[in-house]
Design a protein around this ligand. Structure first.
Ligand code: HEC
Length: 285
């Protein structure tokens, strides 16, 4: 065997090993969504306006979603990281300032102490945080059969709708889709697994498939200010979009700046290329 063929043999083996390794990684990526999903369904795929590199929120959708949150979800869930004034900010539902004042004023907050050292209640102001439905975790648990309705401020970012590296790479993490799927995923016919689930409802989109939240949305539960028909799907979609905004209020600015940076880098690359040509013009190379 000559040295040359010896060398080629080495390259061929390395190439085969590399191909095998790449194949293994690909297979692992494809299998992982199946393993991670377990007996819980994958989130439904919803075509939200804020997806993709240029996607933005739909103002009307965010306003309707807020209405659903305040009238339904806000009876049990808190929203601790939002101020009422955030509702007027650019990139969000963009309610007019006076409307935000009126929204805030419907809630009472504890303030004080006053000059006599007494705490007192007053209507909320736009600068206040969203008033929680329960004063503490114990009270929230007590009125929900022992289960805690989690704070919804960051839920859309805390939850993944799609599992598996490959799937998330293609579809994004999908927290809003997860929320949508849970809200629309209640099923009356539960499979008989021989276990007693007490007061839990069957919802195969929730991890473990049994959830302590009774189905929260029903046809025409809210009357939309803009006249949109309040189907369960519509309300679920709107409130999921609203929760996505709550979890990432700067989504629009982030995408806009990202885009500007890319344009800047492209222009800069062009300029640098011409500078390089000029500098090397008289050098033999
Ligand atoms: C009657 C009270 C109640 C109402 C109304 C309610 N929820 Fe819940 N929610 C709960 C409780 C309790 C849990 C905890 C369930 C569990 O741990 O099994 C929960 C859980 C959830 C979860 C799953 C959280 C997780 O950990 O992944 C989501 C999503 C959710 N709620 C969204 C909503 C939305 C959106 C609305 C409004 C449309 C809403 N809920 C209305 C009580 C409520």
């Amino acid at each position: 065997m000559t040295a040359a063929s010896e060398g080629r043999k080495f390259t061929m083996t390395t190439l085969k090993q590399l191909t095998a390794a790449a194949g293994f990684v690909l297979a692992a990526l494809c299998i992982s969504p199946v393993l991670a999903a377990g007996d819980t369904h994958e989130a439904k795929d919803v075509d939200f306006s804020f997806e993709g590199p240029f996607g933005n929120f739909d103002r009307g959708e965010l306003q309707r979603g807020f209405q659903v949150f305040i009238e339904v979800c806000g009876q049990c869930h808190s929203m601790n990281y939002l101020n009422y004034r955030n509702l007027a900010e650019e990139g969000g539902p963009e309610f007019p300032e006076d409307q935000v004042k009126a929204i805030a004023a419907e809630f009472m907050v504890m303030d004080g102490p006053d000059a006599e050292g007494e705490m007192f209640e007053r209507p909320a102001k736009p600068s206040d945080f969203f008033v929680a439905p329960f004063p503490n975790v114990e009270a929230a648990r007590a009125s929900n059969g022992g289960a805690y309705p989690p704070d919804l401020s960051l839920l859309a970012k805390a939850r993944a709708g799609y599992h598996g590296t490959w799937n998330q790479f293609i579809n994004g993490a999908g927290g809003a889709e997860f929320i949508y799927s849970v809200l629309t995923g209640y099923e009356e016919e539960a499979p008989d697994d021989g276990e007693d689930h007490g007061a839990l409802a069957y919802n195969p989109y929730f991890p473990g498939s049994w959830i302590a939240m009774p189905q929260p949305l029903f046809e025409d539960m809210v009357e939309y200010a803009d006249g949109t028909t309040a189907s369960v799907e519509q309300m679920s979609r709107d409130v999921s979009a609203f929760l996505m905004w709550a979890a990432e209020p700067k989504l629009e600015a982030r995408k806009r700046i990202g885009f500007q940076v890319i344009i800047y880098l492209i222009v800069l690359s062009g300029l640098l290329y011409f500078v390089k040509r000029k500098i090397w013009a008289n050098v033999d190379h």
